[in-house]
Design a protein around this ligand. Structure first.
Ligand SMILES: [Zn+2]
Ligand SMILES: [Zn+2]
Length: 183
């Protein structure tokens, strides 16, 4: 079960209904190696809304380390081996990255990152100074995804999709809002 958020600003009246932070992209290296693209929540100056955005390289390296630390070192199964390899690919993306992080909706680098997604968070609304809030608004039910949007290690949309093997912790991508019926 997941949640949607009706984001709002207590100062300027900004409203953004039904924000849903889901993984949709992967970094695809020129070698063809793939790793899921971890996102942060951000304000995009071009989209003028809250978006999912890339992490900067140093944070990306930390995300890779944290993900790998959660894997059981004694587990030699295929799933864990794949996750470990993906963490290695993510570290290479971080090491080679030159472009600043981009908005995953429009590709702009004019973003203000808020860090990892947190429900009930309160952050400063860029350009306004008010408090942007992310309440839990509605339930939604996850549907298993079939593909990632492919991004280059520099964050460019490659205009194609790549198949994803479903892992046990990767169930949430496409969802239907329980309050609004199928979308
Ligand atoms: Zn505001
Ligand atoms: Zn944008």
């Amino acid at each position: 079960m997941g949640w949607l958020s009706d984001i709002y600003c207590g100062q300027c009246g900004f409203k953004q209904p039904r924000f849903l932070p889901l993984h949709r992209e992967a970094y695809v290296l020129p070698t063809g190696e793939i790793t899921p693209l971890p996102f942060q929540v951000a304000w995009c100056g071009r989209c003028r809304v809250v978006v999912r955005a890339e992490y900067p390289a140093d944070a990306l390296r930390r995300v890779a380390d944290e993900q790998e630390a959660r894997l059981d070192p004694a587990d030699t199964g295929r799933y864990t081996a794949r996750r470990r390899a993906e963490c290695g690919v993510l570290r290479r993306v971080a090491a080679d990255r030159t472009a600043p992080p981009r908005c995953l909706e429009c590709g702009s680098t004019g973003i203000v990152g808020f860090g990892p997604w947190e429900w009930e968070a309160e952050v400063v609304h860029p350009g306004c100074g008010g408090a942007l809030r992310f309440p839990r608004t509605a339930h939604c039910s996850p549907v298993f995804p079939a593909a990632y949007r492919a991004n280059s290690p520099e964050g460019e949309d490659l205009g194609r999709e790549v198949a994803r093997d479903l892992g046990q912790d990767e169930a949430v991508e496409h969802v239907r809002a329980a309050d609004g019926g199928p979308t």
